[in-house]
Design a protein around this ligand. Structure first.
Ligand code: SF4
Ligand code: SF4
Length: 481
């Protein structure tokens, strides 16, 4: 083939999405490659050597940029699709692997940073590696067998930093050594809150239950996602089916590893990358800092921050002197931060330029010295996780409007304020932030509880003329459920 037409996307790239490949926007040969850790590796820890390889690959095959994802992944863009195997081979040499990071697959089961948190009841990273490895490279849990993706997260305590509310399977450790499991969450078009399905689950039953969910889902053929199975069949029926499969498969499965908490004594440098873009040069700087002051790796989570664990006696890091070195602790809420997806620059369904909008909005966050998360997505797939952000923006429709939500947390979806014109998005966020600041309340969800959504809508309506309150149609499109 001498040239690549956008219309070829379905023939060549689409069936291979589970391999970590995604067509970039436009009539060009570009793809993005979403990269996750290889089999057997802690999905949250990225070694300095791996950061250097991504820097090298993004410079040689792309435009020297990479994007930090919201599942602990890293994505590179503008790679010629004909070089996918060549790039993947280089990544594999460094223990990285794009497969099962995209398309219909069991995605990276993202753990909280339990090894750097005094609240941890378990080793979430070890559990995540164990569960993730089971599903890796299994054809039955990849397209075309799997009708949609499955997202799993693991939180090592009830603070639930790993956002169980928005996962197909949200695992949350309890102080008694057992686990709660939430099922059927999912954001984007039709936002569904995950529901508490199982309580006090033993560690050895976690993988069987995950397989039970994957099997119920696979056998259903429901292309809209597992959340719709929970919705249509009801939680009780789904639980029964999941348990029946879990009982059947459990005797054949490996036992989980030792999950007792493993705390690594350290302090943490948090390096935020608002809207997620990081250059090859910055990746090398991060790698050097991790080697010189820390443990040879950085942590990635769900918020486009890079965390560099450093030795306890370190008080300053060359090249990062503006960044606070803090004690280990929860990673949600964090901020101020602006999390954004790829958007219209390179993503085919993108309706708005999330990077430009995010950067403008982030300027208004800079005066806050507290956790505030703005989540911006380029379309209703909501890769920017707007529904769980303090302030969320998610565009939709042929004549693009932006859905505005407020007060999302890791355990509760945000409330719908209404829709606005894209040109008013920055103004709307500014008005909301001013209102929040004036209230004197700490925590945006508490602010919503105190002031009330109607008052917020009223104030916004005075300043943002394009605001339209939610109507029946909008609720049908978006939920929440
Ligand atoms: S506070 Fe957050 S990071 Fe710490 S153990 Fe709990 S869920 Fe994990
Ligand atoms: S939310 Fe839409 S525009 Fe943004 S990365 Fe996902 S699919 Fe692309």
């Amino acid at each position: 083939m001498s040239s690549f037409r956008y219309s070829d996307v379905h023939k060549i790239v689409y069936p291979r999405r589970h391999e970590g490949i995604y067509k970039n926007r436009g009539d060009n040969p570009w793809i993005s490659i979403r990269i996750r850790q290889g089999v057997g590796r802690d999905p949250s820890k990225w070694s300095s050597g791996q950061l250097r390889v991504i820097a090298e690959v993004s410079s040689a095959y792309s435009d020297g940029r990479a994007m930090l994802g919201t599942r602990g992944d890293v994505e590179i863009f503008k790679v010629d699709f004909r070089l996918f195997n060549e790039v993947t081979a280089k990544l594999k040499e460094a223990g990285l692997d794009p497969r099962d990071s995209c398309g219909n697959s069991v995605r990276n089961p993202i753990p909280c940073a339990s090894q750097f948190c005094p609240y941890a009841h378990v080793n979430a990273e070890a559990l995540s590696t164990f569960i993730g490895d089971y599903f890796r490279y299994k054809n039955e849990y990849e397209q075309p067998s799997l009708p949609h993706r499955i997202k799993i997260s693991i939180s090592a305590c009830e603070r639930a930093c790993a956002v169980p509310v928005a996962q197909d399977i949200g695992i949350v450790a309890k102080p008694n050594g057992k686990f709660n499991i939430y099922l059927g969450g999912g954001i984007g078009e039709h936002a569904f809150s995950a529901k508490l399905a199982f309580t006090d689950v033993d560690a050895e039953d976690l993988l069987p239950i995950c397989i039970g969910v994957a099997e119920v889902f696979r056998r259903s053929g429901e292309r809209r996602g597992f959340k719709w199975i929970v919705k249509s069949r009801g939680l009780d029926e789904v639980k029964e089916e999941v348990v029946a499969i879990a009982r059947e498969v459990k005797p054949r499965l490996p036992k989980p590893p030792d999950l007792s908490p493993k705390i690594i004594k350290s302090r943490i440098v948090k390096v935020p990358y608002p809207t997620g873009w990081v250059t090859a040069g910055e990746l090398i700087k991060l790698a050097n800092a991790a080697d010189e002051y820390g443990f040879g790796y950085v942590l990635l989570f769900n918020n486009q921050n890079v965390y560099i664990p450093v030795r306890e006696d370190i008080s300053k890091i060359e090249g990062f002197s503006n960044y606070e070195i803090k004690n280990p602790g929860p990673t949600y809420p964090e901020g101020p931060m602006t999390v954004a997806c790829l958007g219209s620059e390179l993503c085919p369904p993108g309706l708005i330029d999330t990077t430009s909008l995010g950067r403008k909005i982030h300027v208004h966050l800079s005066r806050f010295n507290e956790p505030i998360r703005v989540g911006i997505s380029g379309c209703t797939h909501d890769c920017g996780m707007s529904w769980i952000a303090d302030i969320g923006l998610e565009p939709f429709g042929y004549r693009t409007r932006i859905l505005l939500t407020i007060g999302g947390t890791s355990t509760a979806l945000g409330f719908i304020i209404g829709t606005i014109d894209p040109g008013d998005a920055e103004l709307a966020v500014k008005v909301l932030l001013n209102m929040y600041e004036r209230s004197g309340v700490h925590g945006v969800r508490d602010f919503v509880a105190k002031v009330g959504i109607d008052a917020i809508r009223g104030e916004l309506g005075k300043n943002v003329p394009s605001l339209k309150p939610p109507d029946k149609d909008m609720v049908i499109i978006f939920g929440p459920d």
